[in-house]
Design a protein around this ligand. Structure first.
Ligand code: CO
Length: 151
């Protein structure tokens, strides 16, 4: 099911999200719906609070593949990249954000199993952007020049 993506101003976007503790059918449904919603919106990532659920779960859709990260935690961040960013919760805007060039995170999958992954370049940018959402942070808090986007 395609879910409504909440826009900036919605209080849930500013919440510190709670860890996922139940790896059940409800979580699977939410993740399936988030995937469908992200594909429909043609975005690079979507965090659970953007669909009104303040839990630590995100989906990321990049060149490297489609990923679900539950309870993600940074192991390290390295280097730096500066590039353009937008957000499905801040429609019609873009800005320039400084992010790490490479990150490693640990996370759980929908069954609760633990994994880790290294992400670079745009994938690292997407991971950082989505993990920020779990702490109530929007890219516009960090961007240097938020402006109307062309598309
Ligand atoms: Co976003």
């Amino acid at each position: 099911m395609v879910l409504e993506i909440l826009q900036v101003g919605a209080p849930v976007l500013r919440e510190k999200c709670k860890p996922v503790t139940r790896f059940d059918g409800e979580l699977c449904r939410l993740l399936d719906d988030m995937k469908e919603t992200l594909k429909r919106a043609e975005g690079a990532g979507l965090a659970a609070p953007q669909v009104g659920v303040p839990i630590r779960a995100v989906v990321v859709d990049v060149e490297e593949g489609f990923f679900e990260f539950i309870n993600p935690v940074f192991v390290y961040t390295k280097g730096e990249q500066i590039g353009a960013e937008g957000c499905l919760s801040v429609v019609g805007k873009a800005g320039t954000v400084r992010r790490p060039a490479k990150v490693k995170i640990t996370f759980q999958d929908r069954a609760g199993a633990r994994h880790s992954i290294v992400a670079r370049d745009f994938f690292a940018r997407a991971v950082c952007h989505e993990l920020d959402h779990l702490d109530g942070i929007l890219y516009t808090d960090k961007a240097t020049n938020v402006h109307d986007s062309e598309d």
